[in-house]
Ligand binder design. Structure first.
Ligand code: FAD
Length: 500
């Protein structure tokens, strides 16, 4: 049967999700497909998403963006990981960096050598062997290729940026690639009475817009996927109970750190995201365990510079849409689900959903197998990220508040329980192929939160004591030499990005 190609795509919403979708589609789809985006000035974007993970560099590359221009335009900084304070225990601190810790030897992952040396009382803290951690501690950053390669590879990095400037930057890109933008409030959505497909949306101005494929980027309200099509939301609050946030920017403070901070409080946690022109802060909390007033007070008491705007409250429910794609509508961004910002995964999910949609791009027949496959893979990705986030809350010694007692004692998904048990028994991570987080991420968070493996792989015993000592000493030395060559984070930005 002849294919009936999609001719018109309508993106509803102009937040980060809408403009990433518009930019990617306008770059990759044939010009014969008309892409329109509708956003309303009357409905503010969430626009808090300021921290990312390294996969965003793939999106930038696919769009053909110049990285330094991108950092300049979004007043961005570079990010090597997230420092977690007070999570495993009050007063404790560790970092989840984007790079490997140490390096494998004879195909055996580094942590087994570290565990053996630790058992013998000969190893330092795990992160002594992390190039990324030591660059963070020194406040230094540059893509390592610029200063010389190491046997441990380069620095894997992401960005912090101003989400409002990012949306503006992508809008310029998308419009230059043919996307048309309409400002207006959508008041009604019309469905086809036979198929239940979305036929059109009507604006307050009286204009009506029809399309073949609708992308719902309308944020938490899920105007099309939930509102018009009635697709349910699966609530994951029992595992990820935080449901509110209050965000506030403050003045920039120096030194400019190349990492995010996530500091646990009594009923949630606080983020600190350094940008070129300011620092983003917010307190994510659960209203079952504290009030907005108390959460705001805690946030303001833990800032390191004067605020530059009033605190802004936000509400959410962690979870996911039961089906992300239903009939001729695909939800992308907050309309598809929300996994709270602990590991900065939301913008990644937008990017990942759009690339899967492009891979499985439909024609007007909207083949059910295509839709099922999309829903399966996106659902799996959500679940794997969920498990990783739950690990941070559940694996803790904290029992000092009702919130932490709840998290420590809650039932966790079987998939996570098994992963923790395996690491504890053997020091081994066995991650699923679709998992966004690599072994090194799981290891750092498990060790940082206090999972203590009781064994290491027997292959680590192939080294003599002296060889083991040399190996660890070597790793330490390589890191020292590499970090010494790096400029400070602020110097790098001033030299390569800010001047443009
Ligand atoms: P929104 O930003 O809400 O945009 C919705 C759009 O839909 C707007 O343009 C609005 O005008 C339009 N719209 C809605 N209804 C209508 C209508 N009736 N008619 C016309 N237009 C309409 N992500 C990260 O990756 N890193 C982070 O550090 C991070 N931190 C976060 C912290 C918090 C507290 C929260 C809540 C989220 C955070 N996120 C983070 C998530 C990130 O902010 C979002 O994923 C991202 O902004 C995408 O939002 P969105 O575009 O789906 O929705």
């Amino acid at each position: 049967m002849a294919r009936q190609p999609i001719e018109r795509v309508l993106i509803v919403g102009g937040g980060t999700a809408g403009w990433i979708t518009a930019a990617a589609m306008s770059k990759l789809l044939p010009k014969s497909i008309k892409i329109e985006l509708i956003e309303s000035d009357a409905i503010r974007t969430v626009g808090v998403g300021e921290a990312t993970i390294p996969q965003i560099r793939r999106l930038n590359m696919m769009l053909g963006l110049d990285e330094m221009e991108f950092v300049r335009e979004t007043k961005g900084t570079f990010k090597l990981g997230i420092e977690f304070n007070n999570w495993g225990g009050k007063g404790e601190s560790y970092i989840h960096t984007f790079g490997d810790v140490g390096m494998p030897l004879a195909s055996l992952p580094f942590q087994h050598y570290w565990l053996r040396a630790k058992e013998a009382g000969q190893a330092d803290d795990l992160w002594q062997y992390s190039l990324h951690r030591r660059a963070c501690d020194a406040g230094r950053f540059a893509p390592l290729e610029r200063v010389g390669r190491t046997p441990m590879g380069g620095l894997s990095y992401a960005f912090h940026f101003d989400a409002g400037l990012y949306a503006r930057y992508l809008r310029k890109f998308a419009e230059a690639h043919g996307v048309t933008r309409t400002e207006g409030l959508i008041e009604d959505v019309a469905l086809d009475s036979e198929t239940g497909f979305i036929r059109s949306v009507s604006l307050k101005s009286g204009e009506v817009r029809e399309a073949d494929l609708f992308i719902d980027c309308s944020g938490f309200r899920g105007l099309l996927i939930g509102g018009a099509l009635g697709v349910d939301y699966v609530d994951w609050s029992k595992w990820l109970p935080c449901n509110r946030a209050v965000a506030v920017p403050c003045e920039r403070t120096d030194p400019l750190l190349p990492y995010t901070k996530a500091t646990a409080h009594d009923a949630g946690w606080q983020w600190r995201i350094p940008l070129q022109h300011r620092t983003g802060n917010g307190h994510v909390f659960c209203d079952g365990f504290t009030t907005e007033e108390a959460a705001t007070e805690t946030l303001l008491a833990h800032l390191d510079a004067p605020t530059t705007a009033d605190p802004r409250p936000l509400r959410f429910t962690t979870g996911r849409r039961k089906d992300f794609w239903h009939k001729n509508c695909v939800s992308v961004g907050l309309s598809s689900g929300f996994l709270e910002p602990l590991e900065s995964t939301s913008i990644h999910l937008i990017q990942s959903n759009v690339s899967r949609l492009l891979e499985l791009f439909p024609d007007k027949s909207f083949n059910p197998a295509t839709i099922r496959e999309y829903n399966r893979v996106v659902g799996k990705e959500y679940e794997l990220i969920r498990d990783f986030l739950v690990l941070h809350y559940h694996q803790t010694e904290r029992e000092d508040t009702e919130f932490w007692r709840y998290c420590k004692n809650m039932d966790v998904p079987d998939s996570l329980r098994e992963k923790m048990a395996l690491f504890e028994e053997s020091g081994t991570i066995y991650r699923e192929a679709d998992d966004l987080f690599r072994d090194s991420s799981w290891i750092q968070v498990m060790v940082g939160q206090g999972v203590a493996p009781t064994a290491y792989h027997p292959m680590a015993d192939r080294l003599s004591d002296d060889q083991l000592k040399d190996f660890l000493g070597n790793v330490d030395r390589i890191i020292d030499q590499a970090v010494a060559k790096l400029p400070t984070h602020a110097e790098f930005i001033d030299q390569t990005c800010a001047a443009g």
